[in-house]
Design a protein around this ligand. Structure first.
Ligand code: UD1
Length: 436
């Protein structure tokens, strides 16, 4: 267990650099298990979920060699196992990508049901339905016994898959399964998130034939061999970048966030402008500031698949809305239970009421330091942001959940002027116990 202690009130100023995308690299690591030869991955974020995925890949037989900060040689040449039953599979959601990868490579895959953040029902029925269209068996809910999925195909062939719900995970997983299948697979109503494009670009660089990633129709022509042999650099993390943009906004600071893709940030940038902030875009940077004495305007948000407003920034923006002058609405349209952190913000003085999938946020609130718990990764980030502007000291326990997705967050925020420290295990004085 870790905990963060934040003394609120510092105004953030300066420059921060964004790390590689968590969700892209997790998909790409799974995709690398499909290759016939090694590849080199660059801009790999040093976060807990990546460490877990690297360990899982090693248990399958991949040889992973660190080559420097954020750089790894991944050699899957001698993978012999199609069974991803390492205990850590249950800890991270993206381990489900190994199903598609193993199915593609071995025509069979055995895996624990994946874990990840708990914000409502997180089914994988669309992934399994997609695999069945490519010829796999063992894809019915009734086939999952003792929490283990076992799928197998005599032949894996191209198929037509229509996703009745836009799903990031299902899109990538079916793409992985189809990469080495015989013939053409079409995914309709595909998700368009930047990390889907990144996984497709990685696979194409390694020898795959995938067209249309980033649109609602993806066409994958199966190839028998994926030679690998190249280096690939992971795209910047859209959600980490958004979190630092909000940190600058909330502290009424002046921060330039580097190594991001401004296009990916448009759903957030547009709303921050609406709320009164100034956004200055460079080629690979965004500066967020606000004029002295300018009020923060309330705003209404609705989370949607990309290019809509990302659900993974919903908790962080709700913290920001607490500071706006008036009533704001946050409509969570992707997950059915993603407001679990609201109690924690209320304990800091936030005026928020949740009605179904909508949070009504009344501001401006005078937030006060409190002892709070990071219920999940992005919920934890929202509490860090609230702690930065709260009066007094905020202690966030279960902060290891925040480490799952933010590289060196304590160091990055400190460099911008925040007063934040990390405590581990026995150092903790006032963290509440967590029922995990
Ligand atoms: C991914 C992200 C997660 C983000 C989410 C939405 C990773 C590792 N995680 O999660 O951070 O919050 O996208 O942007 O990339 N659904 C089904 N059946 C399925 C799959 C999904 O009904 O088989 C539904 C879900 O219940 C949810 C919606 O589809 O309501 C979107 O889920 P999905 O895009 O699949 O999320 P993940 O890929 O799990």
């Amino acid at each position: 267990m870790s905990s963060y202690r934040i003394e609120g009130g510092a105004v953030l100023r300066g420059d921060v650099s964004i790390s590689g995308s968590k969700n892209a690299v997790l998909g790409i690591l799974a995709a690398s298990m499909l290759l016939d030869g090694p590849c080199i991955l660059e801009n790999v974020p040093q976060i807990a979920d990546v460490q877990a995925m690297l360990e899982i890949c090693e248990t399958l037989g991949a040889v992973i060699t660190p080559l420097g900060t954020g750089m790894y040689k991944v050699d899957p040449t001698n993978i012999t196992s199609h069974e991803a039953t390492h205990a850590k599979v249950k800890n991270i959601r993206a381990s489900y990508y190994l199903l598609g990868a193993m199915l593609s490579r071995f025509k069979k895959a055995t895996m624990h049901m994946p874990g990840g953040c708990n914000f409502g029902t997180r089914p994988i029925d669309l992934h399994l339905k997609g695999f069945s269209k490519l010829g796999a068996r063992g894809t019915d809910a009734s086939d999952i016994r003792d929490g283990i999925i076992r799928i197998v195909a005599d032949r894996l062939y191209g198929g037509h898959v229509f996703l009745d719900v836009v799903s990031v995970g299902a899109t990538i997983n079916i793409m992985l399964a189809a990469t080495r299948a015989e013939g053409l697979t079409t995914i309709e109503n595909a998700a368009k998130e930047p990390h889907i494009v990144d996984v497709a670009n990685f696979l194409n660089a390694m020898g795959a034939n995938i067209k249309g990633a980033g649109t609602e129709t993806i066409r994958i022509k199966g190839v028998p061999v994926l030679p690998g042999g190249y280096s690939y650099s992971i795209i910047p993390d859209q959600i980490e970048a958004g979190t630092y943009m909000i940190a600058s906004a909330m502290t009424r600071g002046d921060v330039t966030i580097h190594n991001l893709i401004p296009k990916h940030m448009e759903p957030l940038s547009a709303k921050l402008i609406e709320m009164g902030f100034s956004i200055e875009e460079g080629d690979e940077s965004i500066r967020v500031s606000i004029d002295a004495d300018k009020k923060i305007e309330p705003a209404n948000f609705k989370t949607m698949p990309y290019p809509g407003f990302p659900t993974d920034l919903q908790p962080q923006v709700t913290s920001l809305l607490c500071l706006a002058d008036g009533l704001s609405r946050m409509h969570e349209n992707v997950w059915d239970n993603r407001f679990q952190y609201v109690n924690e913000l209320q304990s800091m003085g936030a005026d928020i009421s949740v009605i179904g999938r909508v949070a009504l946020v009344n501001g401006p609130a005078r937030l006060s330091g409190s002892n709070v718990v990071a219920m999940d990764l992005r919920a934890g980030a929202a509490l860090v942001l609230a702690g930065l502007v709260a009066n007094g000291v905020t202690t966030i326990s279960a902060a290891q959940r925040i480490d799952r997705g933010y590289e060196r967050i304590v160091e990055k925020l400190s460099a911008l002027g925040a007063k934040i420290e990390r405590f581990d295990d026995d150092d903790l004085e006032c963290a509440r116990p967590l029922a995990d």
